[in-house]
Design a protein. Structure first.
Length: 136
């Protein structure tokens, strides 16, 4: 149920043999993202539960979910990029149905993130699901 862009990420991860390469990939994804407009970095878009500063700005257009985000931590910003590939462009009902933990496990992220980053990732996923549920 994930977006095709996420399937591309899964394929890319399969080609990367070690976690240093996978972390570099995540960092490259972060660097490829445009920064979130400073006007959108407000308390309403800030994600609580993350050790670093994280903002997620979501929109739903004609029932299709999109979000953008930013962080002051490069790895976290890369995780935002991965989540964008997982959720952006899905119908809001499908966003709610995505088993994000299962999908991210396909990348092996569950085993290689610190507990703080894992908690932050869960907080971001919960924010995404909450926005989608509000528009469903």
């Amino acid at each position: 149920m994930a977006c095709p862009d996420f399937e591309d990420t899964v394929e890319d991860f399969e080609f990367l043999d070690d976690w240093e390469d996978r972390y570099r990939y995540i960092i490259e994804q972060a660097k490829a993202m445009s920064p979130l407009d400073e006007a959108l970095k407000v308390p309403a878009t800030k994600v609580e539960g993350c050790a670093s500063q994280v903002w997620l700005y979501s929109e739903v257009n004609d029932g299709i979910f999109f979000f953008d985000g930013d962080s002051d931590a490069i790895i976290v910003k890369g995780l935002i990029a991965v989540l964008r590939k997982l959720f952006n462009g899905l119908n809001v009902a499908d966003v709610i149905e995505v088993d994000a933990q299962k999908e991210l496990a396909r990348l092996g992220l569950n085993d290689h993130l610190s507990s703080q980053r894992s908690n932050g990732l869960r907080a971001m996923i919960e924010r995404i699901r909450h926005v989608a549920q509000a528009h469903n």
